[in-house]
Design a protein around this ligand. Structure first.
Ligand code: RIB
Ligand code: CA
Length: 312
């Protein structure tokens, strides 16, 4: 039986690769894609999600636009990483398909209420505003969620938008705090692990060699996306953050981590958005998240390459 998921996303090149990986995986039943403001404003993240589903010829998957700003703070975006469109790299065509009229938060609430309890996994790949808004508006859905597997946070790898905070958590720390306190079965895929899933020229070349439109699109996106992080970290490639969430659903055994207490800093200006991860168990606080620390990156890219090659 396919695993029912909702992908909540702010495309973003790495989000786009994650969506394509999910679309190429029959183990997953994508009930819908909900978009949130993050890497770029909502109008662009929504347009980009439509571009990606159209590219994969999967316009049957509904795209639902969500929150255009964090719960209590002004939006912070990342065009300096993703480009003005959010999907810089490949040539982008105006999508023909349209977003669904229903708001993403309503879609999340209604879908959780309409499906069997504990049958849906939420896969947030951006700021957690949509999910937190749904939990605030309809607390009854919280216990109906099977699991949340999110890309966000950092501990040993430290922050990427500030010295202590990862972008998705930093943009909406109050939303993240609500999720981490929700008691939902939570898997966190932080920079500690995504920084081990690096695109390299050889890995990008494999996407070009597919001679498919999706392979070319992935190659051109990652070639653009990696320039910023290669410069910043001096590495031979850039971390492919969001596809790690989908890969975890498909092959959890290539990842490893620890169930620990993780809390979110929401007050300090200096460390706002930090995931304070009690990796060494120095407090008595309840473990509330499986915090992933490692991945077999060769197996990750083997999976990603095989699946993307199966797309048009
Ligand atoms: O910090 C990396 C995360 O922020 C990724 O999800 C990327 O797409 C951006 O949203
Ligand atoms: Ca993202």
């Amino acid at each position: 039986m396919a695993k029912k998921i909702i992908i909540d996303t702010d495309p973003g090149q790495d989000d786009a690769v994650a969506i394509l990986l999910a679309l190429s995986s029959p183990e997953l039943e994508i009930l819908g894609i909900t978009t949130v403001a993050g890497n770029v404003p909502l109008s662009l993240t929504t347009k980009n999600a439509l571009i990606v589903t159209e590219l994969a010829e999967r316009q049957d998957i509904g795209v639902f636009a969500g929150c255009e700003a964090p719960l209590f703070r002004p939006l912070v975006t990342a065009e300096y990483v993703h480009g003005a469109t959010g999907l810089d790299g490949p040539e982008l065509k105006e999508p023909i398909s349209k977003k669904r009229s229903k708001h993403a938060v309503d879609f999340i609430i209604e879908t959780l209420r309409e499906n069997e309890p504990k049958s849906i996994t939420l896969c947030p790949l951006g700021p957690l505003t949509n999910i937190a808004s749904a939990f605030q508006r309809a607390p009854d859905i919280i216990e109906r969620v099977k699991q949340i597997v999110l890309m966000g946070g950092a501990y040993f790898e430290v922050g990427n938008i500030t010295p202590t905070a990862e972008f998705n958590i930093f943009v909406d720390p109050e939303a993240a705090s609500l999720i981490f306190k929700s008691n939902v079965d939570l898997v966190t895929i932080p920079l500690d692990v995504t920084h081990k899933a690096l695109t390299t020229p050889a890995r990008i070349e494999k996407f070009y060699q597919m001679n498919t439109k999706c392979g070319k699109f992935v190659a051109e996106m990652t070639a653009f996306f990696e320039r910023f992080d290669k410069e910043k970290y001096g590495t031979d490639g850039a971390p492919l953050h969001d596809p790690c969430v989908i890969a975890y659903l498909l092959e959890p055994d290539i990842f490893s981590g620890k169930k620990i207490n993780v809390e979110i800093e929401t007050h300090s200006q200096l460390t706002l958005g930090m995931t304070v991860a009690d990796w060494w168990g120095v407090t008595e606080k309840k473990a509330n998240a499986l915090f992933i620390g490692d991945v077999n990156s060769d197996k990750f890219f083997d999976l990603l390459t095989k699946r993307i090659a199966s797309l048009p």
